[in-house]
Ligand binder design. Sequence first.
Ligand SMILES: O=C(O)C(=O)C[C@]1(C(=O)O)C=C[C@@H](O)C=C1
Length: 317
Amino acid sequence: MTPLRVAFLGPLGSFSHQAAAESFCKLSAELQPQISFPDAFAALQNKKADYAVIPCENSTNGSVMQTLDLLADRDGLYKDVKVCGEYYLTVHHCLMVHKGTYPGGWADYDGSITKLYTHPQAWGQCETFLTKYFKGVERQDVASTSKAAEIVSKETTERGAAIANRFAAEQHGTDVLVENIEDRADNTTRFLIFRNVLDERTAQLKFEQPNPPTLEAESALKTTHKTLITFTIDHSSPGALADALLIFKAHGLNLTSINTRPSLKKSWQYIFFVECGRTPSDENKEAVHKALNDLRHVTETCRDLGTWKDQLSASNA
Ligand SMILES: O=C(O)C(=O)C[C@]1(C(=O)O)C=C[C@@H](O)C=C1
């Protein structure tokens, strides 16, 4: 059998690369770095990849807006792409510079860095460190943390530094000045694993995180299955959102997160992203299907974005 093709945000050494490598470590997989999240989604929709591993939220800095916008799929580009799994990665950031810039390391640092590079999600995860040592220093958003490492590795004139994964330093040959600069030691990013629902080959595979994280508070829980649904409502109708949310309750679906993004059809109107969970049983096996049918009566648009095994509850089942 040819190896599974797994798309992720590159270049090599990104956190997405680490998440893809770890979540597919038990399977024969060819990892395919992509320039952007839309490229990874397009590869999946066009069946050039079997799976895509994409970050969706971080425990310190919240939701990844770029991913929500992809899931909103306002132009109908990714209609066959759905979630089939999730993966939790503990994220440790490093401050890194062009090789040989500070031979004595951080102890030798003289305050000469003039520009910082990283993925927009990383700033908010390292704010305490950055405020303490780099207040007022220019920040440049780049496509990924590993792209930031690549940029400083090639730099000749500027004194730039990247915030990136330790693996990016190895991959791109930069010097790590400081490790673990994240605000919180438990800084974790949740990745969603996507597949193309028309792809027969990936239909049977079930995702199990190799070393799932444990949460004491959840130890009593059995494995739940999570479902992601997006919908839009008539904003002029009082109670339209309440009516939609009551449907989840009526079918025993426990809401685990709600996000919104602008609809881009009309200002101040939104696309809602609702994640809900249920412990599968004989009584509730049709719950998602029934809830979707009911939602179609009270929403303007409504889309099922997939069901998968909740890895937090799986680790305690
Ligand atoms: O830039 C990377 O290395 C990524 O894989 C993206 C990403 C993200 O978008 O959340 C992944 C994990 C970290 O939270 C920071 C950046």
